[in-house]
Design a protein around this ligand. Structure first.
Ligand code: NAP
Length: 258
């Protein structure tokens, strides 16, 4: 076995939403495999503290951050310019930033449901397209999209979130085929409930938590590190023949009928 197949040494990764939750765990996991990481999120202070925390564990590694709202076209362009300045292209793009506003379908204002698409789907599509030349430069690059089980079946998130994540999963399949010849593999993960600040309010309700656990064969909530492990696998040379795939990180949720 060639151990380099399980390493990311010398690779540069951009993780959107890298200051907290799943994104920060992904950054840490990629660093653990040897990559350098660039983090993007809106709140500069949170980004700085995430970078400082990661640097404590990986002092020899390049860890840089850029404050940008990836739902805003102009800021996506600024992020692209910043990544370009690193000079040697990009090996890994993790489209992780996402958000939701759960409501009954008829109660969404236009800008509310369109905003959910902007952050969950359009940001990932535009960043993937803009960064394509940097990713294609190395002949072996990887995009991982953080989707959701809500893009694969009904869950109680509201329809806009489900539609946007379903679009992200389909985008994964289309780009995987279109960009295979450019050496860019495109995959996704689909988490079920993961313990982050986004889910903490809902999971603090014991009745709701019971409902969630009843639908989860493994009988517990997932941890950000468990999503990060699947993302890292998809980025590794060891996964070099895997593209267009989606790994559910869901404690068996999607396989559970009745
Ligand atoms: N947690 C779950 O149970 C779960 C389940 C399925 C899928 N997911 C998906 O996993 C991803 C991460 O979720 P999480 O639970 O880790 O959330 P989180 O803990 O709230 O972290 C979200 C991260 O994204 C950043 N972010 C949010 N909106 C952004 C924007 N417009 N532009 C740039 N950065 C932005 C946040 O920083 P700022 O706020 O400073 O921008 C933060 O770094 C999302 O795509 C979510 O849909 C989560």
């Amino acid at each position: 076995m060639d151990p380099r197949r399980w390493r990311l040494d010398g690779q540069l990764a951009l993780v959107t939403g890298g200051s907290a939750g799943i994104g920060r765990a992904i950054a840490r996991e990629l660093l653990g495999f040897g990559a350098d990481v660039l983090l993007a999120a809106r709140d500069a202070t949170a980004l700085d503290s995430a970078r400082d925390e990661l640097l404590e564990d990986f002092p020899e590694r390049e860890i840089a951050c850029f404050a940008a709202d990836v739902a805003v076209e102009e800021q996506r362009r600024e992020l692209l310019d910043w990544v370009e300045d690193f000079g040697d292209g990009l090996h890994i793009l993790v489209n992780n930033a996402g958000g939701n506003l759960g409501k009954p379908a008829t109660e969404y204002a236009d800008d509310e449901w369109r905003g959910i698409f902007e952050i969950n789907l359009f940001s990932a599509f535009e960043l993937s397209r803009y960064l394509h030349p940097l990713l294609a430069r190395h002949g072996a690059a990887s995009i991982v999209n953080v989707g959701s089980v809500s893009g694969l079946t009904h869950v109680r998130t509201g329809v806009a979130y489900g539609m946007s994540k379903a679009g992200l999963h389909q985008m994964t399949k289309n780009l995987a085929v279109e960009w295979a010849e450019d050496g860019i593999r495109v995959n996704a993960v689909a988490p079920w409930y993961i313990r982050t600040r986004r889910t903490s309010d809902k999971l603090a309700d014991p009745d709701y938590l019971d409902d969630v656990l009843l639908r989860t064969p493994l009988g517990r909530i997932g941890e950000p590190e468990e999503v990060a492990a699947a993302v890292a696998f998809l980025c590794l040379p060891a996964a070099g023949y895997v593209t267009g795939e989606c790994i559910a990180v869901d404690g068996g949720f999607l396989r559970y009928g009745f």
